[in-house]
Design a protein around this ligand. Sequence first.
Ligand code: FAD
Ligand code: THG
Length: 822
Amino acid sequence: MAAQPRIVIIGAGIVGCGLADELTERGLTDVTVLDQGPLFATGGSSSHAPGLVFQTNPSKTMTEFAQYTLRKFAGLSLDGAWCLRQLGSLEVAGSPERWADLKRKHGWATSWGTEGRLLAPEECADLHPLLDPGRVYGGLHVPSDGLAKAVRAGEAQARRATARGARFVPHQEVTAIEQEHGRVTAVRAGEARFPADIVVSAAGFWGPKIGRMVGMTVPLVPLAHQYAKTGPLDVLRGVNDELSEAGLPILRHQDHDLYFREHGDRIGIGYYGHRPMPVSLDDVLAPDEAPDMPSMLPFTEDDFAPAWRESVRLLPDLAGTEVRDGMNGLFSFTPDGLPLMGEHPELAGFWLAEAVWVTHSAGVARAMAEWLADGRPGTDVHECDLNRFEDVQLTPDYIRERGCQNFAEVYDIIHPLQPMERPRPLRVSPFHVRQRELGAYFLEASGWERPHWYEANAALLDSGLLDGTEIPERDEWSARHWSPIAAAEAKATRERVALYDMTALKRIEVTGPGALAFLQYLTTNNLAKKPGAVTYTLLLDESGGVRSDLTVARLSRDRFQVGANGNLDVDWFQRRLPADGSVQIRDITPGTCCIGVWGPLARALVQPLTRDDFGHKAFGYFRNRRTSIGNVPVTAMRLSYVGELGWELYTTADAGLKLWDTLWEAGQEHGVIAGGRSAFNSLRLEKGYRAWGTDMTTEHDPYEAGVGFAVRMDKEGGFVGRESLEGRSEQTVRRRLTCLTVDDPARTVLGSEPVHVDGAPAGYVTSAAFGYTVGTTVAYAWLPAAASVPGTPVIIEYFGEKVPATVAAEPLFDPAMDRIRC
Ligand code: FAD
Ligand code: THG
């Protein structure tokens, strides 16, 4: 590689321009940005984006991206013209459900550090006099939101980059990526060749086409989205001058899939209510062939009719005019609605930053630049990592179906547990038939169907099992995807024994003479133990942030089975394999399955089925062994995420059903039940076990997250992230993942709610569930260290209501481990 890496960015839209700016600012100045179109209205999505920037989002990361975009663009100008104006935003509720949801959304804003205010209908009309207050139940006003001029902001960033040495080359259609020995070497645009050490595709919805050049599936679909301008409005005549363009807050009316902004004396209307209109990239015209721009398709007027009707209802002054200029504009939709960021899993130096809104563009560009310059982004981007998808999520049918659904749902009120309805079922464990017989209520994760509870357990509700356990009524929202049956399943797990389907847990086999050294160096705990050991350990990034938490079972000298959190763990391993071939890794999740047999009667159930001694002495806690259960060969691991005696039993998929049936039959005399995720989540929270990705991410170090016990600073040879942890401890942390109990058992919270201490926002809830053993809702929350002292009173804000809670010493359940080490 040259002294300065030669970086070629494909695409001079808002993302490519932002990235060139952020890279050159970090001293990476050998940057060439190629675009097939002219500069800077290239013909891509940014060229006609109306530029509304609403920052509030269920995702903390996405909100942070938008916060940075607002901050950065507000400080940019181009030849004296503004790039972003913080006019504020107003989202109005056209239904009681939306009004409730805006309160939830206001909570997210508070959780992620954005100020917002809920307004009564009259206050909405004061803020935005065009709207009819009689049509709305209320609104959410976020003063720092704004309107961006995407082309201008792109050019302003490009100029800064150019001043630092970057070059922007128009009319260069990239046709090939050259590579050698698994690394990119150049980008071809027809006859022109641009040598490159790093290539970043910022090609927007053209991404899959570039992906094909490097054998990569880029999971996004271009979909058309309608945007139209009205004719002039009398009320707006002379109000906005040509430069300012707009003065009113940007507006959303999500019950009817609408948003609005001013264009001088006209109103622009965006609409998501029409049928999904996916477009094949083969049908997208080249810049010089397109009548207007490649990303602009002819307006289909009929699709817009309902939009116009509802717009006039909300903004009655529109009745005096009509729809004038409309278009169907193209942009990207991914299977989960989030961007695609990161490096090709097999081609070093090939990166992506695609499916990014103008709203998030500067934040994404900054994180990408940090990633390229420092080796890791400064924001936790695991939700956006392009390697998050499972193989089954990368088929063309899946990508198209999900993209279309994401379009349809973009403004819908989505419950945190609500799965997409199609394509389902996609992945099922071998126990699926039995689960259906038991009346499983399935939800979905990573494509897997996962039972949340079993209707067959309804009989337990009146069996006496729940005597003395109060199960409060739930509000309509928290009652969704929930059943009181979960209480019975949780109780049965604590008092008898239950089978949990753990098949969806990611399993990675690591083998070879170098396997131990490899895992030792990548994780924090000491794994140099005899075969038969299982160890809880952490993957850290170089700055000490928690990338994952794992269980590592040493099956034999050179064979390990890793219990992980997802595809990103496989990817992390893959990229760090030693070049000498001494380590192999394999994702064995799809071909294997797992049942957790947990509860005080677990040993009584399992022991008669095996010739090995499952007694506490012979088969200790966090040990593994190869054995058999009846006719089924299994790997048994003695551990439990629900905090009870028992084993995870692994076998191959073909023998899974037999394993289930064997355990089920033997369990009858012990009152065995099947338990679902709903009970599971409640039990693990009572026990204080963290869920990576929700409770902790790369943003947190192990001491903050309460998993410092898994770090061996003195381990021989060190480990990734060790240097960064030097000098840190539980005592030095400034924030902590903190256990809260809700004071009134009748009140529920679900996660992502803000937490107030001494009357001011201080943190947010990560996950929460009713604890059926402890008798109230358990919530984990990030709080300043000073507030994370047991006994501290806090307020959790749930749909705008105050829910008093108290910091508790953790774990709430079985701190002495009597239930497990027995
Ligand atoms: P683009 O702007 O499309 O840039 C990609 C570039 O790559 C293009 O310039 C293209 O020419 C170039 N390229 C592609 N292939 C090649 C090749 N082979 N060789 C060379 N160059 C190539 N977002 C918001 O945040 N707020 C909004 O209010 C908003 N409203 C929207 C309204 C409409 C009607 C539409 C269509 C989109 C809207 N969006 C909005 C979304 C937003 O416009 C896009 O997500 C964003 O502009 C994408 O930026 P980009 O830089 O990734 O892509
Ligand atoms: N099972 C297996 N692997 C896993 C999980 C699992 N990997 C991913 C994820 N879940 C990891 N999370 C945990 C969290 C806690 C525990 C196990 C996996 C656990 N902790 C004990 C404790 O904290 O008291 C023991 C820790 C120790 O002794 O070091 O059991 O569910 N296979």
